[in-house]
Design a protein around this ligand. Structure first.
Ligand code: ZN
Length: 451
């Protein structure tokens, strides 16, 4: 279904215009976090943990010290407190209704972030890195809102710079009229995604060409650690975040495969958000032979445990698989991506042509091998560990692709072992072994047909 392009609107606030002369920016804050930012904490048992958060470890960045939600009748107030003045972009997104506070890359030192009351406009929110150089809050709204002009206060009474936003009830029609990314952000995003999708210099084969001889030893593997940055994925029973586990296993897998002579590209090798719809094109542009997306699952039933693997299909193989795909497909909504121009890749159903059927067969074959090899390294989900569903991230028509759910972070035992280097190395080795056994078929796929 196509929607009208929303009218682009955004409110640009340049906070730097209001420093208080009596209280310079360098005044020490009452909050010790501002004066001495702590080093980011490495995920438990992960020697690569520092790398995971390296992009947010630069001390010169402004610090978000606090966030507060106030409720006065129907009106909600959202306040963000920072150590330094920064430039904000504030805008709303519909379907679902969200409010995004976009800013340069900052450090997050919120102590006990506020919990929404449940009665106001704020349903839930998250914050984090959207892409290098760019952090944001994404606020899920309970109802359409009208925003007040943002109020910016200079440091005073022990507080830092504060951005205050009023959220008042509004009609959906009025909300929709102004929803959408500001034009400036659209331009920035387009430039960033074009840079990210450039094929590496050494990749010579023309796009989509049938290359005789480039058959037996095509060895380009794309590893896709799920989520990242502002999208933490599932949170484990111990507080461990899916985005960190899968990045850690992904980095280990890349290391093993590279030492085997494979060319490996990672959709992300740091803690950064990558839009869902750019992940499959990333693999296609690099002429990948195999695309491996890494995730970890959760289930309300704590006893459910073990690794499982998913391949693409129009309809899910079962209800649970379809529900999982819906959950994993939420990533862009979580991160505050405006999907209004993305219907073609995100919302439409997939068309399976002959090339894709061949790709799907090879994906299924690889999935089978992965399960076999993984069974030596970890528990496997019973009774049906290989299922299929309509995952956005697997929609590269000519690249065999699987999504591995490494285990259940909702299961205490899975969560405990997934925190250990030993388990992560074992899982990486097992997947690498499956890659070694995966021989792309002779150029049977009519690659030239892919647009
Ligand atoms: Zn996931």
């Amino acid at each position: 279904m196509r929607r009208f392009l929303p009218i682009l609107a955004g409110i640009l606030v340049w906070v730097a215009a209001v420093p208080a002369p009596a209280q310079p920016v360098t005044t020490p804050a009452p909050n010790p976090a501002r004066a001495a930012p702590e080093a980011p904490q490495a995920p438990a048992g992960d020697s690569l943990g520092v790398l995971v958060q390296a992009s947010s470890a630069k001390p010169a960045e402004p610090v978000v010290i606090d966030a507060r939600i106030g409720q006065h009748g129907d009106d909600t107030r959202f306040v963000v407190e920072l150590s330094d003045p920064v430039k904000f972009h504030i805008f709303t997104l519909s379907n679902p209704n969200r409010l995004v506070i976009d800013m340069p890359e900052v450090l997050w030192r919120l102590k006990g972030p506020p919990v929404p009351t449940g009665t106001g406009a704020v349903k839930s929110y998250r914050y984090g890195l959207f892409r290098p150089g760019n952090s944001r809050f994404v606020i899920d709204l309970n109802q359409p809102v009208r925003l007040t002009e943002p109020l910016v206060l200079p440091p005073q009474d022990g507080y830092g710079y504060r951005l205050g936003l009023g959220l008042f009830p509004n009609t959906q029609t009025a909300f929709d009229k102004t929803a959408g990314w500001p034009a400036e952000l659209r331009a920035r995003e387009k430039a960033a995604s074009e840079i990210a999708s450039l094929p590496p210099e050494e990749e010579a084969p023309p796009p989509g060409a049938l290359v005789p001889g480039r058959v037996a030893k095509r060895k380009i593997i794309v590893i896709d650690p799920g989520h990242g940055g502002i999208d933490s994925g599932t949170i484990g029973v111990t507080g461990m975040e899916e985005k960190n586990v899968v990045l850690s296993v992904g980095l280990r897998l890349a290391k093993v495969l590279r030492s085997d002579g494979y060319t490996v590209y990672m959709t992300r090798d740091t803690d950064v958000f990558i839009p869902l719809f750019s992940r499959a094109p990333f693999a296609r542009k690099r002429h990948a032979d195999l695309f491996i997306s890494l995730h970890a699952d959760s289930n309300p039933r704590r006893g459910v445990h073990g690794a499982s693997i998913y391949t693409l299909s129009e309809r899910g193989s079962d209800k649970e698989a379809a529900a999982l795909a819906r959950k994993e497909n939420q990533s862009d909504i979580i991160a505050g991506v405006d999907l209004s121009g993305q219907e073609s890749s995100v919302a439409k159903s997939i068309l399976i042509d002959l090339a894709q059927r061949d790709t799907m067969n090879r994906s299924a074959q690889f999935a089978h091998t992965v399960l076999h090899d993984l069974s030596g390294a970890t528990d496997i989900l019973t009774p049906e560990p290989h299922r299929s569903a309509n995952f956005v991230v697997l929609r590269a028509p000519d690249v065999p692709a699987v999504l591995i759910e490494l285990g259940y972070l909702s299961n205490p035992e899975d969560c405990r072992q997934m925190a250990t280097s030993r388990w992560r190395n074992g899982a990486a080795q097992a997947i690498a072994e499956a890659v070694r056994q995966f021989e792309p078929l002779v150029a049977a796929a009519p690659r030239g047909r892919i647009p």
